[in-house]
Design a protein around this ligand. Structure first.
Ligand code: FES
Length: 569
């Protein structure tokens, strides 16, 4: 018996209750056992990147009806990356938990996951993995390209660049502000290879989207066509009893990691993929990103690593054309929600602009994988994205300049008395999952103004937080354990020498062990994370795990499955 039939079937009082209250627009045949499909919809006016998803939902609905299913709009917790405080990452697990429980509690047999802005697709995939009902992702698509003074202006990446130009004295405040509308030109998520674009591509590489949908611009009519097709397809998935665990196999994660490197994707994909794998019981580790991504070339010339924007990638052939260039590196056994193997979905002759999508033999960079660094400063690992870093800083030794919080960094970074030069290593701590709490995107901290004025544009930065997928620089991030969880990052002092060696995978604090044993974390650092909280924040601090395993809550890893729960009356 299907899940929905367990609610609606029969003639007892509870079946009456379930049916009767639904009879406001829902026809009688909705209760005859045909697939009831939730449209998990993260549309919200306060998540501007997803505000258009109600229109997408309508196309999905039409497809579901056409295939003989019954669609239901199910509003989800929605997270606007640029709107919510303290950081959307604090709420990702809450959104995932709410989605999981709503899907399990309701009379639905399958689900279409509508996301876009950074945390929305990861949260929905985590939920679908834990519920285990047939699911398909429809990403909301990127915005149209922005431009400023004739040059591409990418979401996020442009903000970081222009704000540094303002600080360096090259751009006025008024000019800076005038770029807002030319950067954000339309509906859709960020148009750079930031986290939203990356996670849409990750969903497709995992096999959870119909091939070709990820990267379709939000205003493009083809997005609605593919939304309609996704609605049709989910009804078939229910009939075939295809679950997310059937699709998101270890091979699918292998393909996602290859794709992550080839597109030069966001470092945030690391925590999200680890968290999704944790829900499925797939044995994925931080080191798998380094191992599988090693030697994968960077093929996509998109900001922040390159020049172009998402509309250009779509015009040049799109994500599947990129994957075709690394076909030989993919696990050929994985099957997507289309019912076909991923490798059979790849076009063989479909690159229309070789400046945007490069060949594996003439890539943008020969090796684009995320690198995992370890050492006495990050015993459980830290990551760096060499493709977004400065080559000359990938092996570097310099004295630490330490900040105990984002506020501390902002208060002192431009202080003329700050002892810092271009060889310094900027250390920002108290920004991990527990310490902030929520692991904000602050690791790409701004450079001191007087160094900017000297022309310095990159320095080694180390942080237990994350950075925006639209950001760039020689940034070592996701340091685990974080300072607030007893990690050695808490023991670094101004002037300590730190050595980073990306080729050797090393991150070393050059301070003798006995000296480190004598040190204790500064009291202000402890105070930041020990102050009493309530509600979700307290639950989160008590249960969040470290970045190296995906920063999920300890009691949310794994799956409970789709079993229908006890009745309510
Ligand atoms: Fe929503 Fe970038 S802020 S995708």
């Amino acid at each position: 018996m299907s899940r929905s039939a367990e609610f609606y079937g029969g003639s007892d009082r509870n079946a009456y209750l379930h049916r009767a209250w639904m009879r406001r627009g829902v026809p009688d045949h909705a209760f005859d056992g045909r697939p009831n499909i939730a449209i998990a919809n993260t549309a919200s006016d306060l998540t501007p990147c997803n505000a258009h998803l109600d229109e997408v939902a309508q196309s999905v609905k039409n497809g579901i009806y056409e295939a003989g299913g019954i669609p239901y709009n199910l509003p989800m917790v929605s997270l606007g990356e640029t709107t919510v405080r303290t950081t959307a990452m604090l709420w990702r697990n809450m959104a995932a938990m709410a989605a999981e429980e709503l899907l399990r509690a309701n009379p639905v047999d399958g689900v279409v996951l509508l996301g876009g802005c950074d945390k929305t697709i990861p949260a929905l995939l985590m939920a679908a993995a834990s519920v285990g009902i047939p699911a398909i992702v429809v990403p909301g698509g990127p915005m149209l390209n922005g431009s400023f003074r004739g040059r591409p202006l990418g979401c996020g990446t442009g903000v970081w660049k222009l704000s540094e130009e303002v600080r360096a004295g090259g751009l006025s405040d008024a000019e800076f502000r005038s770029t807002e509308s030319s950067m954000i030109r339309s509906r859709g998520h960020c148009n750079t290879m930031g986290t939203a674009s990356t996670m849409a591509f990750m969903a497709e590489a995992l096999g959870m989207s119909l091939p070709g949908v990820a990267g379709t611009p939000a205003p493009d009519s083809r997005l609605l066509e593919l939304s309609h097709a996704s609605g049709r397809r989910v009804v078939e998935l229910v009939g075939q009893e295809t679950t997310p665990a059937d699709i998101m196999t270890p091979g699918a994660f292998h393909n996602a990691i290859v794709a992550l490197a080839a597109i030069g994707g966001s470092t945030n994909a690391v925590v999200h993929l680890l968290a999704i794998a944790g829900r499925l019981g797939v044995d994925l580790s931080l080191d798998d990103f380094d191992r599988i991504g090693d030697g994968v070339p960077l093929l996509v010339n998109l900001q922040p690593a390159g020049e172009y924007l998402m509309e250009d990638l779509f015009r040049a052939g799109g994500f599947l054309a990129v994957l075709n260039e690394v076909r030989h590196l993919l696990d050929s056994s994985t099957v997507t929600v289309s019912g076909r193997r991923l490798v059979d979905e790849l076009p063989t002759e479909a690159v229309w602009d070789r400046d945007v999508i490069r060949t594996a033999t003439e890539p943008l960079q020969p090796d684009a994988g995320i690198v995992v660094l370890r050492g006495n400063l990050a015993p459980s690992g830290a990551i760096i994205k060499p493709a977004a870093a400065s080559a000359e800083l990938l092996r570097h030794r310099g004295p630490a300049v330490v900040f105990d919080s984002v506020e501390d960094m902002r208060a002192r970074i431009d202080d003329p008395d700050l002892v810092v030069d271009e060889n310094s290593v900027l250390v920002l701590r108290g920004c991990g999952p527990r310490g902030y709490p929520g692991m904000p995107e602050v690791a790409n901290m701004p450079l001191p103004r007087r160094l900017l004025e000297k022309g310095v544009r990159d320095m080694v930065r180390i942080c237990d937080g994350r950075m925006s997928g639209t950001a760039y620089g020689t940034v070592v991030l996701h340091v685990a354990p974080e300072a607030a969880a007893g990690g050695p990052l808490a023991l670094v002092q101004d002037g300590d020498l730190i050595e980073i060696d990306v080729e050797a995978r090393g991150l070393t604090l050059l301070v003798p062990e006995d000296e480190l044993r004598r040190r204790t974390p500064p009291t202000q650092l402890k105070a930041a994370y020990a102050s009493p909280k309530r509600g979700w924040e307290q639950l989160y601090i008590d249960h969040v795990q470290q970045a190296d395993t995906g920063a999920d809550l300890d009691f949310l890893t794994g799956a409970t499955g789709p079993a229908v729960m006890r009745d309510s009356h």
